[in-house]
Design a protein around this ligand. Structure first.
Ligand SMILES: [Zn+2]
Length: 319
């Protein structure tokens, strides 16, 4: 069950669910080390244009045939076209397979960065709209290599995204991406190689459920959260123990969110720090004042939702 619960919340599943639920955003930022964010971005881009649009790559439809790497066994984006940031020895971007609406940008082998020319060319290509009448998707792999100018050029695209266009940035770390792009992107984090914290694969199912709820606070209605808090009704001893877990996990979650902001060079907002005090107060209410566990859960979830709504922490992994 733990495996399953974790699998359901894996970054790839979160992305594919956004297709299934028809809630695709205009920008995603996938962060994590190694090849996984790139590979996931590639699969997501292909799934976004698959004619079945059930969140996966069917590999049977016309779009899937076109988006397949020409080198069928390579399993990665067609690598035969070498990019050049100056656009001289090669193009500044290429297509995924030969799909006209899927674009791939990365740092050219002879370049130190992803250039502003690459960002501008991509922008122009995307502004033309999709050839096949569906969605246009661009992946920027190794987005941490974009120059500041390239990022600012991209920002203009994000400020007025052409309809039916999705940009997927895959970066080793979020801190390399300017804050104005980060704030416009749905964040999808891959567990780090070590210190996965609350998102460790061996986390208890109950913990994984709480983390998932907290990660999606920004898109939950008051009703959703009250429904979630329903599970803390019933016999007080058991309910109080479960709410203690909710408080513990929430405190750790808040702490990790704030730490990440600080690591990215941002000042944590006072609301985030106040929220930490509120959690301690709820814990005291529960223990010494015999507060009703379900009401404690409600106050906790609605309080954190306000903190997220105020922009004090992002918590915008996927709607
Ligand atoms: Zn397909």
């Amino acid at each position: 069950m733990d495996q399953l619960a974790h699998g359901e919340n894996s970054p790839a599943k979160i992305l594919y669910r956004s297709i299934q639920n028809n809630r695709v955003h205009s920008a995603y930022l996938l962060t994590g080390s190694g090849d996984l964010p790139w590979m996931t971005a590639l699969g997501f881009a292909r799934a976004l244009v698959c004619e079945r649009s059930d969140g996966s790559v069917c590999d049977a439809c016309n779009a899937c045939h076109r988006s397949r790497a020409t080198d069928a066994d390579a399993g990665v984006a067609a690598a035969e076209i070498i990019l050049d940031g100056k656009g001289k020895r090669g193009p500044t971007y290429r297509h995924i397979g030969d799909h006209p609406d899927l674009f791939w940008v990365e740092r050219g082998p002879d370049d130190t960065r992803i250039s502003i020319l690459q960002a501008r060319d991509l922008q122009n290509a995307l502004r033309l709209g999709a050839n096949e009448g569906g969605r246009s998707v661009a992946v920027i792999a190794g987005a941490e290599w974009m120059t500041n100018n390239a990022q600012n050029a991209l920002l203009r695209l994000l400020e007025e995204p052409p309809p039916q266009t999705t940009l997927v940035l895959a970066a080793s770390r979020a801190s390399a991406i300017i804050a104005t792009i980060r704030s416009r992107s749905v964040r999808v984090r891959f567990p780090a190689d070590s210190d996965a914290g609350l998102r460790a694969s061996d986390a208890l199912e109950s913990v994984a459920q709480i983390v998932d709820t907290l990660d999606h606070l920004g898109s939950q209605s008051v009703g959703d959260l009250l429904d979630f808090a329903e599970q803390y009704r019933g016999g007080r001893a058991v309910a109080a123990e479960s709410v203690t877990e909710l408080i513990d996990v929430s405190a750790q979650w808040l702490c990790e969110e704030v730490k990440e902001l600080v690591a990215e060079g941002e000042e944590p907002a006072t609301q985030a720090l106040d929220a930490h005090h509120s959690l301690q107060q709820l814990r005291r209410d529960l223990i010494s004042r015999n507060a009703n566990p379900q009401m404690v859960a409600e106050r906790l979830l609605l309080g954190l939702r306000d903190v997220v709504a105020a922009g004090a922490i992002r918590s915008a992994r996927v709607a």
